[in-house]
Design a protein around this ligand. Structure first.
Ligand code: MF3
Ligand code: CO
Length: 249
């Protein structure tokens, strides 16, 4: 069941999402060779707490950290560790908070120092697939329009979209209906309505779409070891079209 939000509720998802966006911006400044993903986790936790928000991932289904930090062939749910970032890595940072009764959730993938043109292109295309999807988040469109926008953007660049993980509705719960696959057909699926709030999150692999989960029970990696990128925004569908709640400014 999809829970529609009133404007005052959308404002609250926006307040949470802004804290997420600010935190990702703080992290962005700290990404350089030599930093460990555990240091990034601590910075994320402290940044959110300073703003009165609770990191949403910590304790979620037993997840032990505040941040997901996914390096290179790691797709999502990378666990912060003593791993040291090195020049040429790419790192996906996924963060969520709970604030005044509502969740916000967003993710970005960033270069560590200078990266290969192939890595840079993967990140560009993945981010572009997110914005193509957001463009479809309009009342009267169908959920499949969002999914197809991601898939078409990624596949026409020669990449593949992950099948096993999806975007989601967001609000008083971090994960609400509908599930939002990153593949699908235009014109299919539920009709989008004003008041829906969606966390749209393309996960795009440079190689094949298959993934596997490491023995830690969390870290998702590409089966073929190819690079993967992930971007996410929390987006409200309004009478004036899509509104990106996790954008700064
Ligand atoms: N941002 C992820 C999502 O959208 C949540 C990470 S899973 C967690 O579903 F367990 F780490 F919280
Ligand atoms: Co999410």
């Amino acid at each position: 069941m999809v829970i529609l939000k009133q404007p005052d509720e959308i404002d609250k998802v926006q307040a949470s999402s802004r804290i997420v966006a600010e935190t990702l911006n703080v992290l962005r400044e700290r990404i350089k060779p030599g930093v460990t993903t555990r240091e990034l986790d601590k910075i994320a936790e402290e940044t959110a707490q300073k703003r009165g928000a609770k990191p949403a991932f910590k304790g979620y289904r037993g997840y032990p950290y505040s941040l997901c930090a996914s390096v290179n062939e790691e797709v999502v749910h990378g666990m912060p560790s003593n791993r040291v970032l090195k020049e040429g890595d790419i790192i996906g940072l996924d963060f969520g908070v709970y604030y005044q009764g509502f969740y916000g959730d967003a993710a970005i993938t960033l270069p560590v120092g200078r990266v290969s043109e192939e890595a840079a292109r993967l990140m560009r295309v993945t981010e572009r697939s997110l914005y193509a999807a957001i463009d479809q988040a309009c009342a009267g469109n169908r959920l499949g329009d969002i999914s197809a926008a991601v898939q078409t953007t990624a596949e026409s660049a020669g990449y593949s979209v992950v099948r096993d993980f999806v975007g989601h509705g967001i609000g008083r719960n971090m994960h609400e209906d509908p599930q939002i696959p990153n593949f699908g057909k235009k014109g299919r699926g539920i009709e989008l309505q004003t008041g829906m709030v969606l966390a749209i999150e393309p996960m795009v692999n440079a190689g094949g779409y298959r993934v596997k989960i490491l023995r830690d029970g969390w870290t998702v990696i590409t089966e073929d070891g190819s690079l993967s990128a992930h971007f996410e925004h929390s987006v409200a569908i309004t009478d004036n079209g899509p509104e990106i709640l996790s954008r700064l400014n």
